[in-house]
Structures are given as structure tokens and as C-alpha cells.
Design a protein around this ligand. Structure first.
Ligand code: SF4
Length: 193
């Protein structure tokens, strides 16, 4: 990210209708897409603001599964071609988890999302609170720090869509609340029902 530039994450604030509304997201571009692009340019030996030489060709593999096919986008650079090997192999998120469990039994898959990502499901927050106290403390501190606004956004801002401080959010499961959970894993919102 450029020095001095401020980037927004999709944290929640109260919208004009009184409901939780996410802030415009710049973080994926600033923290993920652009740093990777800069690194690829560096590997090509291109100076900052320099032109990529004619004829240069980069194939960039992006690990999204069939559940996330909507995220497939071509590169904005003519010298870079995007490929999605998991989609080419028709692998879903569940296929990837099964593949990993078969080959690396007992090992836990590392997560790629930022600790304080407002897109975390309740299950993800709960897992962090119960099994990763250092990350949870980090997220709680960050949630408090953004409350008064950041990057030009004023007002009460929260990491959780309930518009409550993280430690006060009810993260209980359906079973904890005495309801039957029809899903083995939390619904990803992809099933269309
Ligand atoms: S994981 Fe969340 S906070 Fe991190 S870059 Fe992606 S959207 Fe932004």
C-alpha cells in the first residue's frame, strides 16, 4: 500500500435505514492484489513506475474453488494471465478440505483471511475466541480502536454486523440456543435457500 494512504475494510456502521451497512472495501486491492502485483513486477526486474517489457508473460495461479467462481476475474495487465487450477479441476471448498484431511491427517489448515475481517461468520469469530486467544485479543483491540471512525469515515464503526463490540456479541451456536442445526458446517450462504 502506498505510504500515507488509508484503506477501508468492510466494517459496519448504521445505514440511513437504521440497519447495519458495510463501508466501501478497499482492503483487498490495497493489502492483497496490489502487493502481489508489485512483487511480480519486481521479479520481472521492472523498476517502480517502469514499463513491463513487450513480450513478457506471467501466468498467475489463483486458488479459488468452484464455490467462489463469481470471484474469477481476468488480470488488468495485458502481460499477466490469470488461471484458477482448483476450478479447472472442478474442486469445491469441501473437495479441498477432504483432499487436505486425507493427505495431512490431524493438521489444521491455515486461514488466509485477516484476523479482524468483518466478513467472518459467527462460527469463525467463535472459533477464534475459543481457540486462538491472541488473535481474539487483537481483533477486540482493533474493533475498539475503529469505533470512532477511520480513513475518513466517522461514526460508530464495528467489526460485527450486529453493531456491538465483539466481546458483547452473542456468538452461540444454534445448538447452544436449543435449536436443531440442519447444517454440519455453518451455511455459507451459497445454497440459495
Ligand atoms: S480478508 Fe477481509 S479485511 Fe482482509 S482484505 Fe479481505 S475483505 Fe479485507
Amino acid at each position: 500500500m502506498l505510504k500515507g494512504k488509508r484503506s477501508t475494510i468492510p466494517a459496519f456502521t448504521k445505514g440511513s435505514d437504521g440497519r447495519a451497512a458495510p463501508l466501501t472495501r478497499q482492503c483487498t486491492m490495497d493489502y492483497k492484489i496490489e502487493p502481489i502485483r508489485q512483487k511480480v513486477r519486481e521479479l520481472l526486474g521492472v523498476k517502480p513506475r517502469g514499463r513491463v517489457p513487450a513480450g513478457a508473460h506471467v501466468e498467475q495461479w489463483i486458488g479459488i474453488s468452484t464455490d467462489e467462481a463469481a470471484r474469477m476475474k481476468p488480470s488488468r495487465d495485458a502481460w499477466c494471465e490469470h488461471r484458477w487450477p482448483l476450478i479447472e479441476m472442478r474442486m469445491s471448498r469441501w473437495d479441498c478440505i477432504s483432499w487436505f484431511e486425507k493427505r495431512y491427517p490431524g493438521r489444521v489448515l491455515a486461514k488466509s483471511a485477516c484476523i479482524g475481517c468483518p466478513y467472518h461468520s459467527n462460527a469463525a469469530w467463535r472459533e477464534m475466541r475459543d481457540n486462538d486467544p491472541a488473535s481474539w485479543a487483537d481483533a477486540v483491540a482493533f474493533d475498539e480502536a475503529i469505533r470512532a471512525g477511520f480513513a475518513g469515515n466517522r461514526g460508530s464503526i464495528y467489526l460485527h454486523r450486529s453493531l456491538r463490540p465483539l466481546p458483547e456479541v452473542d456468538l452461540r451456536t444454534a445448538e447452544d440456543l436449543g435449536q436443531i442445526n440442519m447444517f454440519i458446517n455453518e451455511c455459507e450462504g451459497m445454497c440459495g435457500v
